[in-house]
Design a protein around this ligand. Structure first.
Ligand code: NAP
Length: 862
């Protein structure tokens, strides 16, 4: 038995393995041994040689970007290259970077076992060799294992059965033959449109029709290629900043904001544009909003009906049981027209399922069909099935198959707890499903290379994902999926196509920019969530954030929204106003009216929210909107105030206070106090009870509410029943752990805080004033019962909790409650972040008993 030791074993010589070998060997100086079961490089492009196989991202994007000369010198002949050309490209890459010498082809890994004592992987291959390696790189790809054949009887068939991903090396002669194609996914569509005119009779067994859109392939001219080459730096950078990992135009609007005519124009423009544009460049809510999705789905159905002559066949080809885009988008070139040919027949394999393969052909529940050739385009066991077949055993003799018995999961799609020094390239739960693969692969390899360099540099023998990181990331992936329509379909994206496979999102459905931001943050924080030997790095911010919020932030990135740090004042205000688009619908049982703001003549208002079903004089909450003292409005807090009224049964009053920098401190304080005075003096006339007044607010609004509560103590009155502070600023310049931990946000960063605070407080001497920093008040006693609600991933988290503690120390009935995983602005994004309802519920649960006529406690009693 041959023994060999290397730094890294790489399994697979497709896009992933080739670049991993180049990066680790040539750029990091590691010794590398690659194994590839196939006879040469190319991975899926080596194996999938069926007729019509080609890529569906443009080749100039679906190619490596790591070497400028490579991308200049490889002249793609078509917009979307066919399999032979992509294979030739990968062979060229292998030769150009002298990678073949690092691979042993025709060699299958049969076991990979972590050697606890030696901190190494021991890898056995089917040639009898044993290789030990410090690192084990899974570059086997997600599509290396075909879906097991569902149909009994294959051996009985007198003709030829060919699976598209094991296409016979010499090809299959289809001319004039009676051919069946089973499956109408990306592969089946490519086969069908390619062979339809060549074969004698073609019968397509379709279980689920697909929303296929035109691929838009054509030869690539010299000029077009030269233009791309000249523009590559921008195109590659843009690819990484865009949803699908290709520089397609960004969708800027939700579908229902346009009229039907406008939508028609948009869909017309992108339907024929080719590639993923129909999904990524039309409307940004297609994968979240069923009604929006239906507009695209119906458009595509309309085009199918136009293109297919027989209305019955057309209807059968129209997908109706899933939204558009949530089964992997498929592309076609003349696919639908193929069904107009007299020799092409469509069988509905849903109403008459295939039962078996017979000696003569295929038997469905309806009848037997006779064929010479049966082509199975039934897909793959997508994910890490290839790795699972290698019999991987990690620490404590734990089998990978057991570890994944509830579903394949990997921290960032790259590392698995209990399996040290094993890294997946674009593994399960990476963003690969919505991220142009060669670019995603480069990023993944670079990340893995970086972490290996870090471990080696620190002399660490073992690096692995911590249990908490893997668990939390898995939750995040599931939460993100839950914010989309993907789980509503039967799709390999969720593992549905394989019998018995646990239902798990196989990918993080955020698009490339958010996934890249998560990875960048992990890297920038010293590889958060990884353990280097025993040294476990805590989780970074984004991974902790609730998936619906991550998905929302991802959406903003995907549409190219500027981060607040880059916004000027007007843009910041506009961004805060945009929050309305992410709010739940207003409760229908709250009447909204306005009165003039007291003591002003500039048109500002107080907005009143009255629950219509509540009786008698109602308790009152003066609720002050957030917006960093420089933005926000009655409108931007319409829904939070209405929902508060609905939940608490209180009359909520929202003041339109003056904003900085036009009106710096103390304008907002004066206005809040004026509003409180108005409530005390006038609310009875509006159905409110002046003896039951609470104050509340969010963020800067909570700061103003806290100041108002302090100012209304004693003779300054009114006596308050309660105060509710959501994510308050209690001291603009305090130093806390959360301000450090979440200095870069998400959403609210310390840079943005400082800018907003700087506009509000023009004289730094004022910063010590309790009118700006309520936490700095020398006396905190005598305040009403207080609820402070903090968001777990918020730089302002700790100061809110510290304030509640300080109040309690001063004898105030004060409690703080933290919402783990929520971000600063959650309260005003209730539509996009459903857990905002928990904040609302907490406020109501706190207030309602205090507002009860039997509640004895008020300011004076505490
Ligand atoms: P797929 O998307 O999983 O499609 C498999 C097809 O087989 C589906 O139509 C499925 O129907 C059908 N099928 C499976 N079992 C069946 C059964 N027992 N009876 C009847 N029909 C059955 O597989 P794929 O087309 O090979 O594509 C897989 C992925 O590979 C793609 O999504 C894409 O990511 C990649 N790919 C890319 C390209 C490209 O252009 N770059 C080309 C090919 C593949 P149901 O939908 O009802 O399950």
């Amino acid at each position: 038995m041959t023994h060999k030791h290397v730094d890294a074993v790489i399994v697979g010589a497709g896009f992933s393995g080739l670049y991993a070998a180049h990066r680790l060997r040539d750029q990091q100086g590691l010794s590398v041994q690659g194994f590839e079961a196939l006879s040469g490089p190319g991975g899926v492009w080596h194996r999938n040689r069926y007729p019509g196989a080609r890529c569906d991202f443009e080749s100039v994007y679906y190619s490596f970007s790591f070497d400028e000369d490579l991308q200049k010198e490889w002249r793609w002949t078509e917009r979307f290259a066919a399999q032979p050309e992509i294979l030739a490209y990968l062979e060229h890459v292998a030769d150009r970077f002298d990678l073949r010498r690092s691979f042993q082809f025709d060699t299958r890994v049969t076991s990979a076992v972590w050697q606890e004592d030696a901190d190494r992987w021991e890898i056995h291959t089917d040639d009898g060799t044993v290789t030990t390696a410090r690192y084990f790189i899974n570059a086997a790809g997600a599509f290396s294992v075909s879906k097991p054949n569902d149909f009994p009887g294959q051996d009985d068939f007198a003709g030829t059965v060919a699976h598209t991903s094991h296409w016979p090396a010499g090809g299959v002669d289809l001319r004039g033959k009676r051919v069946a194609v089973v499956g109408t996914g990306s592969t089946g569509i490519q086969v069908i449109q390619t062979i339809a005119s060549e074969v004698g009779e073609l019968t397509v067994f379709q279980r689920t029709p697909n929303f296929a859109c035109p691929l838009g392939n054509r030869p690539m001219s010299d000029d077009e290629f030269a233009e791309v080459v000249a523009d590559y730096p921008r195109l590659r950078a843009e690819s990484r900043a865009r949803l699908a990992g290709a520089p397609y135009p960004q969708a800027e609007r939700p579908a229902l904001m346009d009229t039907a005519d406008q939508r028609q124009k948009t869909y017309d423009q992108y339907y024929d544009g080719g590639g993923f544009r129909m999904l990524t460049s039309t409307y940004y809510d297609l994968i979240t909003n069923p009604a929006a999705n239906e507009t695209a789905a119906e458009y595509i159905r309309g085009r199918i009906r136009q293109r297919v002559n027989d209305p019955k066949v057309a209807e059968l080809l129209c997908p109706t049981n899933h939204p558009y885009g949530v089964k992997r988008a498929t592309f076609e070139s003349g696919y639908f027209e193929a069904f107009n040919l007299p020799n092409v027949h469509l069988v509905d394999a849903r109403s008459t399922p295939i039962e078996r393969i017979t000696g003569k052909g295929i038997a469905t529940t309806d009848r037997e069909y006779e064929f010479d050739v049966i082509i199975l385009a039934t897909g793959f066991d997508v994910g890490a099935a290839g790795l699972l077949q290698m019999g991987v055993v990690g620490r404590d003799s734990r089998k990978l198959a057991d570890h994944w018995s509830d579903g394949q999961r990997a921290y960032l799609g790259m590392a698995t707890h209990g399996f040290p020094n094993l890294f997946h390239i674009n593994g399960p739960q990476s963003a690969a499903a919505l991220f142009n693969n060669p670019i995603a692969i480069e990023d993944s390899v670079d990340f893995v290379g970086g972490i290996i360099a870090r471990a080696d540099g620190a002399g660490c023998a073992r690096v692995e994902a911590s249990e908490s990181a893997e668990t939390r990331y898995n939750e995040l992936v599931r939460e993100v999926a839950g914010a989309t329509l993907f789980p509503t379909a039967t799709t390999w994206y969720m593992g549905d196509n394989i019998n018995g496979k646990p239902r798990t999102p196989l990918s993080l459905f955020t698009g490339a920019p958010m996934y890249r931001a998560i990875c960048a943050e992990v890297e920038a924080t010293g590889y958060a969530g990884f353990s280097f030997d025993q040294d476990e790095q805590p989780l970074s911010s984004l991974v902790q954030v609730d998936g619906s919020a991550v998905f929302l932030l991802a959406g903003m990135m995907n549409i190219g929204a500027k981060p607040l740090e880059e916004c000027n004042l007007e843009e910041t205000r506009a961004a805060i106003e945009m929050f309305q688009a992410f709010q739940a619908p207003l409760p229908s049982d709250v009447a909204i009216t306005e009165v003039d703001f007291p003591e002003t003549s500039d048109g500002r208002k107080l907005r009143l929210y009255r629950p219509t079903s509540a009786q008698g004089p109602l308790p009152v909450v003066l609720f002050v909107h957030g917006g960093g003292w420089i933005g926000g409005s009655l409108d931007s807090f319409n829904e939070p105030c209405a929902t508060l009224a609905h939940n608490s049964g209180a009359l909520v009053v929202s003041p339109d206070y003056r904003l900085a920098p036009e009106h710096p401190f103390p304008a907002a304080v004066e206005d809040t106090l004026a509003a409180l005075r108005w409530v005390a003096d006038n609310i009875a006339a509006h159905g409110g009870d002046p003896d039951r007044i609470a104050v509340g607010g969010e963020s800067a609004g909570a700061n103003l509410a806290a100041v108002a509560a302090q100012q209304s103590r004693g003779e300054n009155g009114p006596r308050l029943t309660a105060q509710v502070l959501v994510a308050p600023v209690t001291d603009p310049v305090v130093e806390t752990v959360s301000r450090k931990l979440f200095a870069n946000g998400p959403v609210l960063s310390m840079e943005v805080c400082a800018r907003m605070g700087g506009m509000y407080v023009t004289d730094p001497a004022d910063l010590a004033s309790p009118l700006i920093a309520p936490a700095r008040a020398t006396d905190l006693s005598g305040l009403p019962p207080t609820l402070v609600l903090t968001m777990g991933v918020d730089p302002l988290r700790d100061e809110g909790e510290d304030y509640a503690r300080a109040l309690a120390d001063a004898g105030v009935s004060a409690e703080a409650r933290r919402f783990e995983g929520l971000i600063h602005t959650t309260l005003s994004m209730s539509g996009a972040i459903p857990r905002a309802a928990e904040i609302q519920q907490a406020m109501a649960t706190f207030l309602v008993p205090l507002f009860s006529p039997n509640a004895a406690t008020t300011t004076a009693d505490v």
